[in-house]
Design a protein. Structure first.
Lengths: 167, 271
């Protein structure tokens, strides 16, 4: 066996060890901090607690005369087409929004004050600020809601309303 | 039979199946490119604020040049072209470093852009590409076999971790999570969601079957070879059903890509 082969086998062994070690709570943060190439995966597959509600992002504009528009939902979820098992481009936008809202809702549910300079907050604010509009607003704010298709649960539920931001 | 006992052929098959996942995923990104614009949900000016090195110094300049919109479309176009080459190239040319090194480079660059919107299928496809890239630079038999074992073990790890995590959650054990997931718009299937919510026994049985299958999956590496193929066929069926019911289309290809490696390892055990 060549020295290159021995080196590569050692790399695979270390890589696999890191992939197991990342599930040890004490090692997760240090491993994540050095894994800039995202080589150490975290397998979840909807576990332990899956997302059981749909996230909704809405925005409301304020105009120069002080009047406010009605809340408008951004990118409302559409029923998946039958061919989504093969071709599903909508899932990228849906998953992206889901991840951002999920990150922000963790902060909200923990009861922490939502920081306006966090990446998820700025991401949502930037997104709603850049949406095309027919009438130019002077300020906008966003609202996060979640909902479930399950009739036994109250639907939908507001999670967070931002303050108005000047545009 | 001879070719299926050749690790070079197996590595090429793994690469081709992963290439299908990468190809679909990136054509989908091109189709939904609005989300990558500066005001989109995956905006680079916002995502680059995650770390100082993403916006400052030479790394910031380089990544800014590669990842800003619309330049990022070139990067995605390169991923499409390279994945298409891997898919159609003859087996002998599939795992060449001239293709896999650039594919690894554009893949990792794209994943640095934003950690939103990525899923387990992207993660598995990346692990396969990165490990086969390492194999391609020193493609001796022992390295290829080590690479196949690595992919097979990563696949087993993914299932067993998910299975144990599900088994630890009461909602999974009792089957209450399944109807709730299927009633969402993002991953749901309304009719099945409604059926499972009125048939809790069915939901519980399905839930426990998934937990049992995921937790026992690593046994494919020690089970008699005759058992391995049926277990892998169950895996193919599992991901096909998830693709149909939940819209997880690229999971099918990314995880099926690991199965030739598992099949090889289960038939060529060192013990």
């Amino acid at each position: 066996m060549t020295s290159a082969a021995i080196l590569l086998i050692a790399v695979f062994t270390l890589w696999l060890a890191a992939s197991v070690a990342v599930y040890v709570p004490a090692l997760r943060r240090p491993l994540r901090s050095i894994d800039i190439f995202m080589l150490v995966p975290t397998w979840k597959f909807f576990a332990p607690t899956p997302g059981q509600r749909d996230m909704h992002l809405l925005y409301q504009d304020r105009y120069e005369d002080g009047a406010t528009a009605l809340w408008t939902e951004v990118q409302p979820m559409r029923q998946r087409p039958w061919f989504a098992f093969a071709w599903n481009p909508d899932r990228r936008a849906n998953k992206g929004l889901f991840d951002i809202v999920q990150e922000l809702s963790v902060i909200i549910e923990a009861g922490e004050q939502v920081q306006e300079f966090t990446v998820p907050y700025l991401g949502l604010l930037t997104h709603v600020s850049c949406l095309p509009r027919t009438t130019k607003p002077v300020a906008t704010r966003f609202l996060l809601m979640d909902s479930s298709g399950n009739a036994r649960q109250p639907d939908p539920k507001p999670l967070f309303v931002s303050r108005f931001h000047d545009l | 039979m001879t070719s299926f006992s050749d690790p070079h052929v197996i590595a090429a098959l793994v690469a081709k199946l992963a290439a299908v996942s990468i190809l679909i995923s990136n054509v989908e990104y091109l189709f939904a490119r609005r989300i990558l614009t500066d005001g989109g949900i995956l905006s680079w000016p916002v995502a680059s604020l995650r770390h100082a090195w993403l916006i400052s110094g030479w790394t910031g300049r380089l990544l800014g040049c590669l990842l800003a919109y619309p330049n990022v479309l070139v990067l995605i176009g390169c991923r499409v072209a390279l994945a298409a080459f891997v898919l159609v190239a003859p087996l002998s040319l599939t795992c060449t470093p001239w293709i896999l090194l650039p594919l690894s480079f554009v893949t990792v660059a794209f994943y640095m852009r934003s950690n939103y919107g990525l899923d387990g299928a992207d993660q598995m496809a990346w692990i396969i590409v990165a490990s086969l890239t390492l194999v391609s630079v020193a493609p001796g038999r022992s390295v290829i076999v080590a690479g196949l074992w690595f992919i097979a073990l990563q696949s087993c790890l993914s299932y067993v971790v998910a299975g144990i995590a599900k088994a630890s959650a009461r909602g999974w054990r009792e089957g209450t999570f399944l109807p709730a997931i299927f009633q969402t718009a993002i991953y749901g299937h309304r009719r099945l969601g409604r059926l499972l919510s009125v048939r809790p026994a069915l939901s519980s049985m399905l839930s426990r079957a998934v937990i049992a299958w995921e937790c026992s999956f690593p046994l494919v590496l020690v089970a008699p070879p005759s058992v391995v193929a049926p277990v892998l066929l169950m895996g193919v069926a599992f991901h096909a059903v998830n693709a149909y019911l939940m819209g997880l289309n690229t999971f099918f290809w990314s995880f099926a890509a690991t199965y030739p490696a598992i099949l090889y390892c289960s038939h060529h055990r060192p013990w």
